[in-house]
Write a protein that binds this ligand. Structure first.
Ligand code: FES
Ligand SMILES: [Fe+2]
Length: 352
């Protein structure tokens, strides 16, 4: 196993889950998702217990899912209610339902023991529900292992080179970072505070600020699959006064949910929350398009790296100071995976 499974992962956007079953794979496990007539999102193993046909290739019959091969029907609890040609339903004709939870635009699935979901470990994401914030979101599929995306998000110095037209300026790569780890909570913090720097196109276009600006990037990586970037951009020299910030300061929360599909593929869910111009639908469009462009640049880069890596799990690498966040994340992940192993066999996720 190369990913922790006793965890929550985002499996879909809520608006992708409706009355037509969809198929997703998380941590190597095929899952079918659908929504009942009362609006409840349902996830279960995507395999009919009769002959293994994917339930996602079937259809809904009211609130039950019907296998498209021989017609077995299952409730959202996985109980079979109908079988062709017989009244008695075999007791083993059951499908395992998977715990899910909807938080804002995202549907999370618990990939640990389905009978023991730990709801208190779901991330709190207040900006999705706060009336003072607006958000946009999206998802891209990556043909790359999830560790590459974690490396990418923990080291934002690549913005200067990979995202130069959008969010990268020379100062991002030049500015030092501080990295701390909370081992108890499996959280890595990386902070980069830039003073009196160039305002990149993404922020001039969204906030109206002009160079020079103060630009803060404070990352929280919650292993294994939730990432939060606190962004503050403000006129150069302005400082928050207690809880009050400068009137022209803008705050964004750039969120990623990193979901392993299998050892070599990943779902890259993203959302951008903002506390300014929250009713501006044109700004929604600008931010959504800009962030998607950024994500697609990362997707291209990580797919290229994955193609080079093949089945290699621990390639020879040279690490730099900028990698302190990514290296911390690898260690936290390795510890999480090891904590789920029945033996004390040491494991390493290496670079990926
Ligand atoms: S495989 Fe599903 S009913 Fe036969
Ligand atoms: Fe990036």
């Amino acid at each position: 196993m190369t990913y922790p499974k006793r965890n929550w992962y985002v499996i879909a956007s809520g608006d992708d889950v409706g009355s037509h079953p969809i198929a997703r794979t998380v941590c190597g496990e095929p899952i079918v998702l659908f929504r009942t007539t009362t609006g409840v999102a349902v996830a279960m193993d995507d395999r009919c217990p009769h002959r293994g046909y994917p339930l996602s290739a079937g259809s809904l019959c009211g609130d039950e899912i019907q296998c498209g091969y021989h017609g077995l029907r299952f409730t959202q609890q996985g109980t079979c209610t109908w079988a062709p040609g017989q009244d008695r339903i075999p007791s083993r004709a059951r499908v395992t339902p998977r715990p899910v939870a909807e938080v804002g635009p995202w549907v999370w699935i618990w990939t640990g023991d389905p009978a023991a979901p730990e709801f208190d470990r779901l991330p709190l994401i207040p900006w999705f529900a706060d009336a003072g914030w607006a958000h946009v979101h999206g998802m891209e599929f990556l043909d790359a292992r999830y560790g590459l995306l974690i490396d990418n998000l923990l080291d934002l110095s690549h913005e200067t080179f990979l995202h130069g037209e959008l969010i990268g300026t020379p100062e991002v790569a030049e500015s030092p970072i501080t990295t701390t780890i909370d081992d108890d909570l499996a959280v890595v913090h990386v902070s980069r505070r830039m003073a009196s720097v160039e305002c990149p196109n993404f922020y001039s276009g969204s906030t109206g600020l002009r160079s020079p600006i103060d630009r803060w990037q404070d990352i929280e990586y919650h292993a294994p699959g939730y990432y939060l970037l606190h962004v503050r951009v403000a006129p150069a020299g302005s400082q928050p006064d207690g809880l009050r910030d400068h009137p022209q300061a803008a705050h964004l929360k750039v969120l990623y949910a990193i979901t392993p599909i299998d050892d070599h593929r990943t779902m890259d869910f993203w959302a951008v929350c903002r506390d300014f111009a929250i009713d501006d639908s044109e700004l929604d469009t600008f931010i959504a398009r800009s962030n998607r462009d950024v994500v697609l640049q990362d997707v291209d880069a990580l797919n290229l790296i994955e193609a080079r890596l093949g089945d290699t799990w621990e390639p020879a690498e040279v690490s730099l100071k900028i990698d302190s966040g990514g290296l911390a994340a690898r260690r936290v992940l390795t510890d999480l995976i090891a904590s789920e192993r029945p033996t004390t066999t040491p494991v390493s996720v290496g670079s990926r």
